[in-house]
Design a protein around this ligand. Structure first.
Ligand code: GDP
Length: 598
């Protein structure tokens, strides 16, 4: 298919606005799939994705459309993940397109997520085709959505295509608009192989499958290839396209979107955003836009039962083979034993990995409090990066600590603005902008530290707005902040599992909270046990547990000696599961209870 007859596009939508339904309609209209073949939610595959209603992996598909101008076009739809944790993947998929459909629900209007993704599309200078979906709904309000498009998104209302994915209205108009408005891809003149890798998946049987868009040149089975950001050469075993099932082809040429299977063993052999070229006749420069994927959130993952360490090691190694964005390094903690320091793209990515460890590998794990990455300038001029509170040098050695910031978009009914502003302040954030969307809703833009939205921000937003608020965020650089390392001491000994990096102004209240919680879970000992929160050498919060001999047999009056013995045995066993911190014995599950409580 010639380049003039090729269109590459993507779909941007807020969750539930109808992306999946519309994609299915486009596939049906172009007879890429028949009604019979169609399964519900064709493009969303993984169970976890379906449960959470998000797409994590993009699944491209090629369709052929005989347009009204009499020519048949190849339309390549590159689906994008729907969550900010995966915004780099989104940006790479968008970079492989010339245009995007922007779907807006006719009743709901523009939402927070729509805007964050639209910004990514604008960065790539894509042609945007607005589609107002669900016009069949009685609550559809076209004039309102038109106004929102003009006011918020700056798109002329007459460009919008009214549609109902459910009833098949507007589908042909959308296909015509893709052909007419989105430009054909342009090919560089030298005809050397250049293919941009916008995603990759790992298949247990075939190894790494790279999803590519061919910008120039061609490739087939036997072509020797290499990349710009990984060192090895590979030989192609198979190429093909998505129809939407993977379908083998003899070759992929400029303009094609398809897959490449070569002799690659691990997801880390190919980096998303890298350029694939021919080993013997390479192009001189990579395509623009490559970024090394940086984990943003770190946490320790430990087996609850220390004897499961080897099994956990095998499990995390296996997960990394098919998820290059997940990283791990062995670490040990005096409190939790041997485990791994793991890096994730964000909280959702972290939850997915933990969930997979539990479900697919049957691992019983405990994870430490998540931490972000800090940039630290030392007084000796060195610059370091700290992802584990235990690794933060002494405060005398530190000149400045910078923390990662995010720009958060919050869409909310106007009634809750006051509460939300308070929440943002409470989380050390500032408001940047407040914009009225319509007579009911307001869009707040604010700047917040990433660490403050990690744990409960979204939950609090949802409960504050009775479920009507929605949010999305994008990374927004680093900013200097008064961060300090806070240690928790039990009977004078620092316990590494509870060390955290906190803002100086919040240290006291957090220290008190943690001390109180520890007091609740640590059993009484033969002596008084002090629980202290400290910054440097200075104690900022303190609790103590009074001394007592725990007599487990006290409740067994007289006789029943066998029951008494059983209880004593049980107490002995309990002891075996204790961790000795200095001279204090702490039951293993006390750590789990404190860490899980947040
Ligand atoms: P996604 O999350 O953006 O992929 O949205 P889905 O395609 O899964 O659609 C979300 C819900 O909206 C589903 O229950 C669809 O049946 C429904 N839906 C999608 N398009 C339309 C439409 O044009 N009209 C109506 N009434 N419902 C629609």
């Amino acid at each position: 298919m010639s380049l003039e007859l090729t269109r590459n596009f993507s779909i941007i939508a807020h969750i539930d606005h109808g992306k999946t339904t519309l994609s299915d309609r486009l596939l049906e209209f172009t007879q890429t799939i028949s009604e019979r073949e169609k399964q519900d939610q064709l493009l969303d595959a993984m169970d976890l994705e379906r449960e959470r209603g998000i797409t994590i992996k993009s699944h491209p598909v090629s369709m052929y459309y005989p347009a009204k101008d009499g020519k048949t076009y190849q339309l390549n739809l590159l689906d994008t993940p729907g969550h900010v944790d995966f915004s780099y993947e989104v940006s790479r998929s968008l970079a492989a397109c010339e245009g995007a459909l922007l779907i807006v629900d006719a009743a709901q209007g523009v939402e927070a997520q729509t805007l964050a993704n639209l910004h990514l599309a604008n960065e790539q200078e894509l042609t945007i085709i607005p589609v107002i979906n669900k016009i069949d709904l009685p609550s559809a309000d076209l004039p309102k959505v038109h106004k929102q498009l003009e006011d918020i998104v700056c798109i002329p209302a007459e460009e919008a295509i009214p549609a109902s994915a459910k009833n098949g209205i507007g589908i042909e108009d959308i296909l015509e608009a893709i052909v007419e408005r989105i430009p054909a891809p342009v090919q560089p003149e030298d005809n050397k192989l250049r293919a941009s890798v916008f995603d990759s998946v790992y298949d247990n049987f075939r190894g790494v499958v790279s999803y590519v868009r061919v910008i120039s040149g061609s490739m087939r089975r036997g072509t020797k290839i290499k990349f710009f950001h990984t060192p090895n050469n590979y030989e192609i075993k198979e190429v093909g396209v998505f129809t939407p099932a993977m379908t083998k082809r003899d070759e992929l040429v400029a303009g094609d979107v398809g897959y490449v299977i070569a002799n690659m063993k691990s997801a880390s052999d190919v980096k998303i955003g890298d350029t694939m070229t021919e080993s013997s006749n390479p192009c001189s420069d990579p395509l623009p836009g490559f970024k090394e994927i940086q984990p943003m959130v770190f946490a320790g993952i430990y087996p609850v039962d220390t004897s499961d360490f080897e099994a956990l090691k095998a499990a995390v190694a296996k997960l990394q083979i098919n998820d290059a964005a997940f990283s791990f390094m062995a670490e040990s903690s005096a409190a939790l034993g041997f485990g791994f320091r793991c890096g994730f793209l964000g909280l959702l990515h972290m939850e997915i990995i933990q969930e997979r460890l539990r479900r697919e590998f049957n691992m019983d794990i405990i994870s430490t409090y998540p931490s972000v990455i800090y940039e630290v300038s030392l007084t000796n001029g060195e610059e370091i990066i700290v992802d584990n509170p235990c690794m933060l040098p002494d405060s005398q050695a530190i000149q400045e600590i910078r923390e990662p910031m995010v720009r958060v978009y919050i869409m909310t009914p106007g009634d809750y603005i006051g509460d939300l502003m308070k929440l943002v302040m409470d989380k050390r954030g500032e408001m940047e902008n407040t914009e009225t969307i319509d007579d009911l809703r307001v869009m707040l833009t604010c700047n917040l530290p990433l660490s403050e939205i990690l744990v409960d921000f979204n939950d609090r937003l949802k409960s504050m707005t009775r479920g009507y608020g929605s949010m999305d965020y994008e990374h927004n650089g680093y900013r200097a902040a008064k961060m300090v390392k806070m240690d928790m001491l039990i009977a004078g000994e620092p316990v590494d599992a509870f060390a955290t990096i906190v803002h100086r102004d919040k240290a006291e209240s957090y220290g008190r909270k943690l001390a109180t919680r520890l007091k609740e879970v640590i059993p009484q000992q033969l002596f008084v046990v002090a629980i202290q929160a400290a910054i440097g050498g200075k104690i900022i919060a303190r609790e103590s547990i009074s001394a007592m001999r725990k007599n487990v047999t006290a409740k067994c009056y007289g006789g029943d000696i066998s029951r008494k013995r059983k209880l004593l045995e049980k107490q002995k066993k309990g002891k075996a599961k204790m961790k000795a911190i200095g001279k204090v014995n702490i039951p293993q599950d006390a750590f789990i209870r404190v860490l899980k409580n947040d």
